[in-house]
Every structure is written in structure tokens, then in C-alpha cells.
Design a protein around this ligand. Structure first.
Ligand code: URA
Length: 232
């Protein structure tokens, strides 16, 4: 046990959430102590908005970088400064981002930092007060979206209602489901199961998978309302 005032050193990777079995289309980041520490900051209700933004942005970068691993590549050989040849890779295929408003907008700058001048579309889905179901209010997508790989952005995967509707919109614009990569920070097992049941070809990349949902369909332990904490 550390004595009073002594920092607790973490040498082992985080173990939280290891028992959850993921559907075959789901990937989660390596559950390292660093990732757990970053998530612990943004989960805490005591964290200020500026710290929430700073640390959420760090995790967003990690999720975007992992998402890029699912894009196709071609072999490419370059000459290095030593005069030798390096047999490497280059990305193949064009991409775009699509953020699910409002919280998904928080992930746009992380995507732009990794992919300069990437086009980003937007989809607004809100709860229909009459039916209580998610309803499409607005969609603005790159005109050639059907020819691109789509990085779909929404930080929280709760029930999956919004993202399922967003995927439908993309498919109705000609995007193949297998070219959609859905990037999020915290997912629920229910949300992952719902996406897999309808669109098993869509790859879902999450930083962390939590225990479940509460009666208001918030993720638990979760971090609260991501959009409120990031933007308000
Ligand atoms: N959206 C959020 O911002 N938080 C949740 O827990 C679920 C959905």
C-alpha cells in the first residue's frame, strides 16, 4: 500500500470492462492505464469544462487514429535519405467525416488534425416528441459521399437509436455499410448489440465499453451528457 501522500504507480493495464464480450464488428482501444486515467478525468463530475475538452480531445485523437487502421492500403516503395528503399504502404480510397449533431461536432477537430482538409458532413437527429423515436431533422453530406469511406462521429453510443438512423441516411445516399466506420468514446453493450443486429458490416470503434444504461438511457457509469459538458 502506498503511504500517505505517495502516488499510486500503475504498471499494469487497466482491467475495468474486460469481461464484456464484444460483437464481431466492434473494436475497443487497448485498455491501458493511460486511457483509463484520461477517461477517469472526463467521467468525474468535478472536472471543469476546459479540462473536459482537453482530455476528451486527447481520447478523440486516439479513437480517430484507431479508426484509420481500418482503411484500405496499397503497397508503396519510397527512397529514404540514406539512399535505401523502404517498402511501405499508402492509404487507398477517399474518406469523409459525418458528425451526428450536436455532440459529434466535438470530434470534428480531432479528425481534421489527423486528416488535413477532410470533408465533413452533418446529420441532425432528434427525438420525435409524438412517437418518442429518433427522427431525422437535417442532413448535409459531401456530394460524392457514396464514393468515400465514412468516419461517422458521435462520442456516446447509448441505445444506438441515433446512429442507426444516421447509418440509414448514409445508405440511402449510396454509401456501402462496409465503408462506414462509427467512432465513439464510450459505448454501452446494448448499443453495440443493436448496431450489430441491424448493420453487422459497420465497424464500430470505441475507446471504452461501459456496463449498461440507466432508466433514462444514459450510459453507466458513463460521463453524463457529453454535449452539455463539452459545449455548455
Ligand atoms: N448521450 C450522452 O451524452 N450521454 C449518455 O450517457 C448517453 C447519450
Amino acid at each position: 500500500m502506498p503511504s500517505a501522500g505517495e502516488a499510486t504507480k500503475s504498471v499494469a493495464p487497466a482491467t475495468a470492462g474486460q469481461g464484456i464480450v464484444l460483437p464481431p464488428n466492434a473494436t475497443r482501444l487497448a485498455q491501458t492505464a493511460q486511457l483509463n486515467a484520461l477517461l477517469t478525468i472526463i467521467r468525474s463530475s468535478a472536472t471543469s469544462r476546459s479540462d473536459f475538452i482537453f482530455y476528451a480531445d486527447r481520447i478523440i485523437r486516439m479513437v480517430v487514429e484507431e479508426g484509420l487502421n481500418y482503411l484500405p492500403t496499397l503497397e508503396k516503395t519510397v527512397q529514404t535519405s540514406t539512399g535505401g528503399a523502404y517498402d511501405g504502404l499508402k492509404f487507398e480510397g477517399r474518406i469523409c467525416g459525418v458528425s451526428i449533431l450536436r455532440a459529434g461536432e466535438a470530434m470534428e477537430s480531432g479528425l481534421r488534425e489527423c486528416c488535413r482538409s477532410v470533408r465533413i458532413g452533418k446529420i441532425l437527429i432528434q427525438r420525435d416528441e409524438e412517437t418518442a423515436k429518433p427522427k431525422l431533422f437535417y442532413a448535409k453530406l459531401p456530394q460524392d459521399v457514396a464514393k468515400r469511406w465514412v468516419l461517422l462521429l458521435d462520442p456516446m453510443l447509448a441505445t444506438g437509436g441515433s446512429v442507426l438512423q444516421a447509418i440509414e441516411v448514409l445508405i440511402s445516399h449510396g454509401v456501402e455499410a462496409s465503408r462506414i466506420l462509427f467512432l465513439n468514446l464510450v459505448a454501452s453493450p446494448e448499443g453495440l448489440a443493436n448496431v450489430y443486429a441491424r448493420y453487422p458490416e459497420v465497424r464500430v470503434i470505441s475507446a471504452w465499453v461501459d456496463e449498461g444504461l440507466d432508466e433514462r438511457n444514459y450510459i453507466v457509469p458513463g460521463l453524463g451528457d457529453f454535449g452539455d459538458r463539452y459545449f455548455c
